[in-house]
Design a protein around this ligand. Structure first.
Ligand code: EPS
Length: 415
């Protein structure tokens, strides 16, 4: 089992993440993690903090000479903001100088204050903040590195931002297109829609308002057999939905054509089963999002993740109550982003990677990377499809009909 825990507040000294359950021998370099953290800071519409937040990391444990030891991996990410907040966020006994008593509708502020008995919204918002997602991305990097040795690669792109959205004819990026997606300031793979998304952000930013949107996560090369139908909490789609829904400000998750399928007839809603001598069982479409009965079926894994507009606004217009006086007022204004949807896509990749890596370890087990790869190859060979020629090489061909090189729009054509 792969599990991880994060700690740390948005303006505290640092974020910390511990990842337990990785096999020994996974090659890791600090730059792998900092590169992913830099991707998470991308995106037009982020606030000023993203221009100076450096995400300085320390590899505290579990990695030696560039590879995992099989022991828990601990990573610390320093907060650039900390020097300005040493007193307000001090762990030593004391009191805040500025108490926030006007909870923002849509944020955890009020429910958290009432639940924990706090008088200062900061006691809640510091941890509810999406700053915490930096720690998830650090953990997700380790999961992605492991998955690469199993031929799995994960890509995300933004399919809706405010009122601008891609259509059924918009292209879907493959693993080789990730740099191109990241080169777009809104991480949109369709240049025509990208322009409309940027206009949306400009208009919302000018009005001091915020925007939500939708990221699509695609996992290429997922082997058949991750997750299980036998118990509710072993279903891959259920675990994926939980992991994605746990991302700050996410309010909906769709697997495959979930919503569209609800309105189709059964004869139009499913993915045909075909057999190919070289590739084994293959699916021409991915309407099920690559998961049937809670088990990965070898088709492209597709999940869409919807984020609400951020609850912090540069223009305070949301009606609230001052908890100190119980008088009606407007929620407080804080430095904030217009939108964090492009970054959320990167976080969604990380959460998907952590779920898939956990399930892969459950299925294939092993204390070392080579043992995991050997177990995977044994399973694939028994399925009757061609086992990997170069075991463990990313995209090495072990998973019939679901290669990273596969056409990126699998599952769309007949959708
Ligand atoms: C956030 C508010 C902003 C974002 C922050 C998440 O921070 P601040 O209040 O310090 O300006 O920049 O995101 C990050 C720091 C990050 O690394 O993603 C919030 O309230 O959720």
């Amino acid at each position: 089992m792969l599990r991880f825990l994060t700690a740390g507040e948005s303006h505290g000294r640092a974020l910390v993440v511990i990842v337990e359950g990785l096999p020994a021998g996974v090659p890791v370099e600090a730059s792998d993690i900092t590169d992913e953290l830099a991707r998470r800071r991308l995106g037009y519409g982020r606030g000023p903090r993203m221009r100076f937040e450096a995400d300085e990391i320390s590899l505290v444990g579990g990695i030696r000479h560039g590879r995992t030891l099989g022991s828990p991996v601990a990573i610390e990410i320093a907060n650039t903001e900390w020097p300005k907040w040493t007193e307000e966020m001090s762990p030593d006994p004391g009191a805040p100088t500025k108490v926030l008593t006007q909870p923002r509708p849509g944020h955890a502020d009020l429910a958290g204050m009432l639940k924990y008995g706090f008088e200062d919204a900061r006691d809640v918002l510091e941890r509810a903040s999406a700053r915490e997602t930096a720690a998830r991305v650090a953990a997700g990097t380790l999961a992605k590195l492991l998955l690469a040795h199993l031929g799995v690669s994960i890509v995300s792109h933004i399919v809706a931002l405010g009122a601008a959205s891609t259509g059924p004819d918009s292209p879907r990026p493959g693993p080789a297109d990730l740099d191109q997606v990241d080169a777009s300031s809104v991480r949109c793979f369709d240049p025509a829609v990208e322009t409309a998304m940027i206009e949306e952000i400009k208009a919302a930013g000018k009005a001091g308002d915020s925007l939500g949107g939708v990221a699509e996560v695609l996992a290429y090369g997922v082997p058949i057999g991750l997750g299980s139908h036998v118990q509710w909490d072993r279903k891959l789609d259920a675990n994926l939905a939980q992991a994605l829904m746990s991302i700050q400000a996410v309010k909906a998750v769709e697997i495959g054509d979930g919503w569209d399928n609800a309105g189709r007839r059964g004869s139009e809603a499913h993915d045909a089963i075909r057999y190919d001598e070289a590739e084994g069982y293959v699916r021409p479409t991915a309407r099920a999002g690559g998961i049937e009965g809670g088990i990965s079926n070898g088709a492209l894994l597709v999940a869409r993740v919807a984020m609400k507009p951020l609850a912090t606004l540069n223009r305070p217009v949301l009606e609230t109550v001052d908890v100190a006086t119980k008088e009606s007022t407007l929620s407080f204004r804080e430095r904030t982003d217009t939108t964090a949807v492009p970054a959320m896509g990167v976080v969604a990749e990380s959460m998907t990677a952590l779920v898939l890596a956990n399930e892969a370890l459950r299925k294939f087990g092993g204390d070392s990377l080579s043992e995991v790869v050997r177990n995977r190859d044994g399973f694939v060979a028994a399925l009757g499809s061609t086992p990997s020629a170069a075991a463990g090489a990313p995209g090495s061909g072990a998973f019939g009909g679901n290669e990273p090189e596969q056409t990126p729009d699998t599952g769309r054509a007949a959708g």
